[in-house]
Design a protein around this ligand. Structure first.
Ligand SMILES: Cc1ncc(COP(=O)(O)O)c(C=O)c1O
Length: 436
């Protein structure tokens, strides 16, 4: 190329949640029976979409409007419904103009960070859901600025660490919170969220809160919606969507609610630039937006969601009880979403540890993949686990963290198989750690 065509952030875009699929598929072709525990798609993991939901979709498909463009911000009636639901919670009051639809939160995230001034940074959690941390890093062309989620304290945000980042890095303009969290499954208490809002207020920052798992909490926890604690000063973007809850990830449908959007002229301009970017694409997909309120208001919806959440609660406890006593592991019980992260205690992993892989061809592939000191030690563990047992999880180090471990989903529906998977992981960890 006569001129450099690479974007400054090109090197920051890496999505191990899907990268590992390529390795899994390669091994699958060689006869390794793979259990996909890596990706947060309930439908792909066997969640049956209820007939009444399919009937609603089939009904809406009969309406010509479902084939038309929608307004840039989204279907008006749906935005009005969402605004009314938020207002019912009694906190920040919004109207339909404060609701902006996107083609999934993935689209929202890339615009929110993509249209932020390059030198302005949003401090993101570590570990962090990669789509956020990579998009933020790519916009800046630099590594993400991260605050700690503490595995020794239920994966809660380290407030002092957040304050230090703000104090010593004047480029920080905002804070990202994911609550309930992916990849840790943590649900933050109201006072933690309030403290973060206070930090924003004190330092003139904006807040982004990803609440895609808002209604999926268990073990006696509830996730406090940002709108109920944001007050009337801090400008904020709250992200929600239908991928996990409905569940309809293939619809690519999510939205942003803007709180206190008129408090700060620069923030207002920034939000308008995001809307303008959407305008260049005309709008987001119409059909799921039309479907959403009808599904949410269906009399069977609460019970449908309750049953799923109850299963995640049961499975989070099975997972926790199986891994909590494994020597060398830091494990917290997931209380929300459908993931759990387990971290190895520092210094336990090395580049000599292995698991027995009987098939020579499979072993050769894994040895090649983990060859070299630059390969993160938890990636090495994850590849060996995959090849030796067929269990596919994601290395924790790929979630913008220096911790080593893995993230696993709680989505496997068959309880017997779920228990077997966790027992196998527990045994494999012990064998792996003792192997060298
Ligand atoms: C915290 C979080 N935010 C956003 C997304 C992406 O959602 P969408 O399917 O709407 O792009 C995910 C998907 O796993 C997620 O875990």
């Amino acid at each position: 190329m006569r001129t450099n065509i690479l974007h400054i952030g090109a090197g920051e875009l890496n999505y191990e949640i899907r990268n590992i699929v390529m390795v899994g598929e390669r091994l699958q072709k060689m006869g390794v029976p793979v259990n996909w525990e890596n990706i947060g798609d309930p439908v792909a993991k066997g969640e049956e979409v209820p007939q009444w939901m399919k009937d609603i979709v089939a009904e809406v498909v009969q309406e010509d409007g479902a084939y038309a463009y929608s307004p840039t911000k989204g279907v008006v009636a749906t935005r009005e419904y969402i605004a009314a639901e938020t207002n019912r919670l009694g906190g920040a009051q919004i109207d339909a103009e404060d609701v902006i639809f996107f083609n999934g939160l993935g689209d929202a995230i890339s615009k929110v960070f993509g249209f932020l001034k390059r030198t302005a940074r949003v401090v993101v959690p570590t570990p962090s859901y990669t789509t956020h941390s990579s998009a933020e890093a790519a916009h800046a062309g630099a590594e993400p600025v991260t605050y700690i989620l503490d595995p020794n304290h239920l994966w809660y945000p380290d407030l002092e660490d957040i304050e230090n980042h703000i104090k010593y890095n004047p480029a920080v303009a905002g804070i990202l919170v994911i609550n309930p969290d992916n990849p840790t499954g943590a649900v933050y208490p109201a006072d933690v969220l309030r403290a973060i809002v206070d930090i924003c207020e004190k330092n003139d920052l904006f807040l982004i809160c990803d609440e895609i798992y808002q209604n999926m909490t268990y073990n006696g926890t509830t996730s406090v919606p940002l709108c109920t604690v944001i007050g009337d000063k801090v400008p904020a973007l709250c992200m929600r969507g239908i991928s996990k809850e409905m569940p309809w990830p293939g619809a690519r449908c999510g939205w942003i609610e803007v709180y206190n959007g008129h408090r700060d002229p620069m923030f207002e301009c920034y939000v308008q630039s995001i809307v303008n970017a959407k305008m260049l694409e005309v709008c987001s997909t119409t059909l799921p937006q039309m479907v959403f309120p009808r599904i949410k208001q269906h009399p069977l919806y609460p019970e449908y969601l309750r049953q799923r959440v109850e299963r995640y609660e049961r499975y989070s406890n099975i997972a926790y009880d199986t891994l909590k006593n494994v020597k060398g592991m830091l494990v917290n019980r997931a209380n929300g979403a459908f993931y759990m992260s387990a971290a190895f205690e520092e210094g336990l992993l090395n580049h000599r540890q292995t698991l027995e892989i009987r098939d020579d061809r499979v072993r050769a592939i894994v040895e090649e993949l983990v060859d070299g000191p630059e390969v993160e030690p938890d990636k090495r563990f994850v590849y060996y686990l995959l090849a030796a047992t067929g269990i596919c999880v994601v290395p924790l180090s790929s979630f913008a963290t220096e911790l080593h471990g893995f993230r696993i989903t709680l989505l496997e529906k068959d309880e017997k198989r779920f228990r077997a998977i966790f027992n196998t992981i527990a045994e494999s960890i012990q064998r792996y750690l003792c192997s060298a």
